[in-house]
Design a protein around this ligand. Structure first.
Ligand SMILES: NC(=O)c1ccc[n+]([C@@H]2O[C@H](COP(=O)([O-])OP(=O)(O)OC[C@H]3O[C@@H](n4cnc5c(N)ncnc54)[C@H](O)[C@@H]3O)[C@@H](O)[C@H]2O)c1
Length: 356
């Protein structure tokens, strides 16, 4: 089977994947969308094929690898369909709507050697890659406290469409941005076990839909008659093994003045501390040297930046498929994150801390 790439879902992120794959030197050979016009539009710049059904894409023998970039509720069935067709799969986040759906995907994956990579693209941001190296060098010592934040001003995606309809999305900002934040911070900390979570959510901006003011909308335009039955703000505390504390804060919308706070990660360790803006161009590290406070501003490599994250994600997927050995975020890691998300939603429901 040739190692061509197909993209299932030619919406917002499907197109970003198209660019990332091309930047990585392996442009998609075909795009698939139930809306054939969208598939055609996405395919056109790359002279790729456009198809209107998943079956047609998966039947192609020139495609061995697929990206699944469809609404959250379709992740499980389409990932399973692709794995059963013998394809390697790069599955967008969240891995599925809940942990039991992740388990069903892993069952379908079984003991096959298919590559199943989950779309935790923040791991591939230039700052995150640099942060990971600095941490591996022991600069922070033992990390005892961490925080990951994405607080948008006006960023509700697809208001009134699938993103804000719980049955299709599984939830709001928590299941949308939560996987990125939770995976990245745990990844940088060496994936400690999460033992307990306490989470609060709010829904302030999405209802009524016609009162929501915004300048642009991902996966828009808004569907004002559609549903908004999800949260648009969330804060969560995680207690990890050995009493290590992690805070996750996310909002789709707020009144924060522009530029107040970037999507960021802060890590406090026994020897040093670190902060970085995920999409920025440097990592800040503080420590003590010879009894004095010392600060370092470590730039990412020339030419690297937020725009290279999807390229790096696709390079990783291609390498894994070539070597038949998973190198990037695995299905098992996706399931771990979903277990934490399930507990977060259970905590909201019970208004109490939930043990995992
Ligand atoms: N990694 C990231 O940073 C990131 C960013 C945005 C979205 N996402 C994730 O990517 C996924 C898609 O989000 P989006 O923003 O592109 O949404 P979108 O609504 O812009 O695009 C989804 C596309 O899937 C198509 N589709 C629906 N059902 C289909 C089917 N059965 N077969 C083929 N195509 C189908 C739709 O027609 C649409 O074009 C979601 O799971 C979302 O959470 C990830």
């Amino acid at each position: 089977m040739a190692d061509g790439l197909g993209i299932i879902g030619a919406g917002g992120i499907g197109r970003v994947h198209g660019q990332g794959a091309a930047d990585a030197g392996c442009p998609a050979v075909a795009y698939c969308d139930v809306d054939l016009d969208k598939a055609r539009e996405a395919a056109e710049p790359w002279s790729a094929d456009a198809v209107g059904s998943v079956e047609e894409l998966l039947d192609r023998s020139d495609i061995s690898r697929v990206v699944v970039a469809v609404p959250n509720g379709l992740h499980m069935p389409l990932a399973i369909q692709a794995l059963q067709a013998g394809k390697d799969v790069l599955l967008e986040k969240p891995m599925a709507l809940n942990e039991s759906q992740c388990a069903a995907i892993l069952d379908a994956h079984g003991s096959s050697d298919a590559i199943l990579q989950v779309g935790f693209v923040c791991r591939f941001a230039a700052t995150s890659l640099l942060a990971r190296k600095v941490i591996a060098d022991g600069v922070l010592g033992d990390i005892y406290q961490a925080r990951a934040v994405m607080l948008r001003r006006r960023g509700i995606p697809g208001l009134g469409r699938w993103f804000t309809t719980k049955v299709d999305s599984g939830g709001g900002v928590l299941i949308d941005l939560g996987p990125h934040l939770t995976d990245l911070v745990l990844h940088l900390m060496g994936r400690p076990t999460v033992e307990q979570v306490f989470t609060m959510t709010s829904s302030t901006f999405g209802n009524p839909p016609d009162a929501y003011k915004f300048t642009n909308m991902w996966a828009g335009p808004p569907e004002l008659e559609g549903a908004f039955d999800v949260e648009d703000g969330a804060s969560s505390m995680l207690r990890c093994a050995d009493g290590v504390g992690v805070t996750i804060e996310a909002s789709w919308a707020s009144h924060l003045p522009d530029g107040t706070i970037g999507d960021g990660v802060t890590l406090l360790g026994t020897k040093g501390a670190m902060h970085f803006d995920i999409w920025g161009d440097h990592v800040l590290v503080g420590t003590e040297l010879g009894g004095e406070m010392a600060n370092a501003k470590m730039p990412v490599e020339e030419g690297e930046g937020w725009g290279t994250a999807f390229k790096r994600e696709h390079e990783c997927f291609a390498r894994s498929c070539q070597a038949r050995r998973p190198e990037g975020p695995t299905g098992g890691e996706g399931r771990q994150i979903q277990r934490v998300l399930d507990a977060m939603y259970a905590s909201v429901e019970t208004q109490a801390a939930v043990s995992i």
